[in-house]
Design a protein around this ligand. Structure first.
Ligand code: SAH
Length: 251
């Protein structure tokens, strides 16, 4: 008999159509699902078998989650649904470490991280030519320690995507300005990207804290002029004069 597995599945940012085909296929046959209901809509359960056993991890601790997985694999595969992509602030490492101790097999199925849903909602490119060729994913403190020096992160420039940080907009703006980012740098706060109640608030480092004061969680903070729709230069990729592996330049 094949050994049953735990599948860590990226559910995407919330829109039930933004799960991968692979994630959907696995979810549709797993007799047990553990869903992070605070960030993954229960609507995803429509993809599960009718008699699926559901655990909501929002109110569970690590030990309880592992116990549910242990029970689940006795019956069949277990779908562990995570918001966005499981590798970004998903706390999957500790779950996998426990499964290793128990010799329970697992696999990770990637998902659309909320940053990409936010960029889609903003209809912007995060890597605009000659404006930003670097995207940094980070967060601003909170109760979880951040081992990197935020001032150094702030000083890099480019596009800075901050998860779990919407409650710290004034602090973020001050730190970024003190590290040399211009006060009129564009900032977008995208609340619940891809959900029915999605909200987009645009501003600058000077006014974003005031404009987005009511948004304290479930939002992406994206700093950088790329989110303003600015286009200082066109790409080389589609430049008629530029040759590359797939195309000869005209001149
Ligand atoms: N693994 C997730 C992130 C989990 S941490 C991912 O890849 O997206 C939770 C944080 O993710 C939230 O505080 C928020 O910053 C962000 N987030 C998750 N879903 C979001 C959404 N639909 N819209 C905006 N931000 C979201």
């Amino acid at each position: 008999m094949a050994t049953n597995k735990v599948y860590f599945i990226g559910a995407g940012p919330g829109d039930p159509e933004l799960i991968t085909l692979k994630g959907h296929r696995i979810l549709s046959v797993c007799p047990t699902v553990i869903i992070a209901s605070s960030l993954v809509p229960m609507e995803f359960l429509k993809y599960s078998p009718k008699d699926v056993k559901v655990y909501d991890s929002a109110a569970m601790n690590l030990e309880q989650i592992i116990a549910a997985m242990k029970e689940g694999v006795k019956v069949g595969d277990v779908a562990r649904l995570h918001t966005g992509d499981p590798s970004i602030y998903g706390a999957i490492q500790e779950q996998m470490a426990e499964l290793d101790k128990l010799s329970i097999a697992y696999e990770v199925i990637p998902g659309v991280t909320s940053l990409f849903a936010a960029a889609a909602a903003l209809k912007c490119e995060l890597t605009v030519p000659e404006l930003s060729q670097t995207v940094i994913i980070s967060r601003y403190g909170g109760r979880t320690p951040v081992p990197e020096d935020f001032d150094k992160v702030a000083a890099v420039g480019g596009t800075l995507a901050l998860y779990l940080s919407a409650g710290f907009l004034s602090e973020i703006a001050l730190r970024l300005i003190s590290q040399g980012r211009s006060a009129d740098t564009a900032v977008a706060v995208v609340y619940r990207a891809g959900w029915k109640d999605q909200q987009i608030i645009k501003g600058t480092l000077t006014d974003i804290a005031e404009k987005a004061a009511t948004i304290t969680q479930h939002a992406l903070v994206i700093v950088g002029d790329a989110v303003s729709g600015a286009l200082p230069a066109l790409s080389k990729l589609y430049d008629a004069k530029f040759s590359h592996g797939c195309r000869e330049g005209d001149r």
